[in-house]
Design a protein. Sequence first.
Lengths: 174, 452
Amino acid sequence: MSTKVIHALYNDDDILMDAVKETRKAHHHIEEVYTPFPVHGLDKAMGLAPTRLAIASFMYGAVGLAVATWMMNFIMIQDWPQDIGGKPSFSYIENMPAFVPIMFELTVFFAAHLMVITFYMRSKLWPFKQAENPDVRTTDDHFLMEVTVNNNEEELTSFLKNTGAVEIKVVEKH
Amino acid sequence: MTTRLYLDMYTFSSKLKIVSFVLMAVGLLGIGYGFFDAPKTTEQVEKILEAKHHGHDAHADAHHSKAEGHDHAAHEAEHQEHLEHVLHQLQNKPWAAVYVSALFFMLISLGVLAFYAIQNVAQAGWSPILFRVMQGITAYLPVGSVIFFILLVLSAFHFNHLFVWMDADLINPESPKFDKLIANKSGYLNEYAWLIRAAIFLIGWNLYRYFSRRNCLAQDEASDNTFFKKNFNISAGFLVFFIVTESIMSWDWIMSVDPHWFSTLFGWYVFASFFVSGITVIALTTLYLKSRGYLEHVNTSHIHDLAKFMFGISIFWTYLWFSQFMLIWYSNIPEEVTYFITRIEQYNLPFFGMLAMNFIFPFLILINTDFKRITWILVMAGIVILFGHYIDFFNMIMPATVGDQWFIGAAELGALAFFLGLFIFVVFSALTKSPLVPKRNPFIEESKHFHY
């Protein structure tokens, strides 16, 4: 089954922001907004749920810290105990200050890389992925708002025209 | 629905005024008792030590039985020397307690002054709404500077023995106490040069504070942005002056209590400590004023930004603290590592406690975005951060001046209470003197509508 949507194009992010707010106020459903750059505050205006990426990142960091601790303990204390700078205490806790830089770096490494990968996965971005944006101009200087039509094509078109759209297209979405 | 009336002028509530007076009075009593309680003679010290030893172990007995076999007179001389050493430590204790507190609160206002200067130079759009709050806090700087300079003068004229390098015997080659390391430093580290440097630093900081405040008030009435531009210029100049003098200040007033020890990043580490304390005080003062119905335009985004600074500079402090610690711990050079060994052995709880308070606690509680906007969490985190950095300063001064004779007594609590009371009184009195919003700052509209 296909649904009808309206693509409203804007050429200014401020106008777009106002349009998003008005559209939501009028209880029309915004499917998606395509922009050439991140528009500050757009997620809030669209009413999107806050991201949980930070929580994931914190957990990745904790994993990195655990991996670093386990790794340094295995390498430096258990598998091949080493005497560096006269510190042959063979105890993890007594040598801990020397391992802090590694613990810190791996925490950051895990948090950063896994967070980016998670972000790509959540955004459905992977290698050889086909672009989803319906209009190439949204990669240049136009902003596109996709609004669902519920047997109110006429009304919605005139409504969106009033929000400052520079172009309005009705499309069948598959 | 009730409409809230926001006032532009702050009135010092009588309740808070009473709190500040009570703190000052209690503090003075505590400090007075601390000085009164300090032993005056070695006999008193002997009694104190005996009372302590009986409670713990048979150390004193072992001392005596050992003496019977050896030359009694030599042992007696050694014992006398030890008593004299402890006497000096215990006599130093109330001085050191007052010194820590006087220094800490003065540096809080200096940290706020540096933060304020940075906002001016960066021409930050979010912060001008908080400029008058910052100026209120820096109003403590002149008061704190005078008290602190008096303390320095008293130290230089041997009213106390906080600074061991001031002992003339140490730089006299004829004396048995001659210390070559200190003698080599005496061209820099002598009482007069030290006092002159202190005077230059304190006057320089206070001049900037005076003129930047005056320009900010004049800008309110001006018809153009001349005073704003003037403030930009003097703020940039101040920051250059500040970062040099701050470093030297930390060597002179803090590092020199351990004159054999040195650390090249000490200045940064001290800076991070009082900078984060200053930002925390801005946040707490802002939250207090907001809760009393002032600062209409300060929204959660402003608070959020301050909390981000509290979080970030706490991490920055930890980074510097650890960089200093790890290199010294790793290289294990006797004259360097003794600094941390005395602290870990004799100051174990405050040493590791302040690490938990200054790093682990703010890290875990302020890492959450939502928590950075919640008043009670910020107040709690702020109080922990301030206490943590107070203990940090305590750990910087006490081991060299009081040594293993430290305890939290009347002088320590009294000094904290007195300077806290004075700080509250001076800051909130200053806040009443001008409107809380710098109305003609060119960025004020942006600041009012700042939304993150």
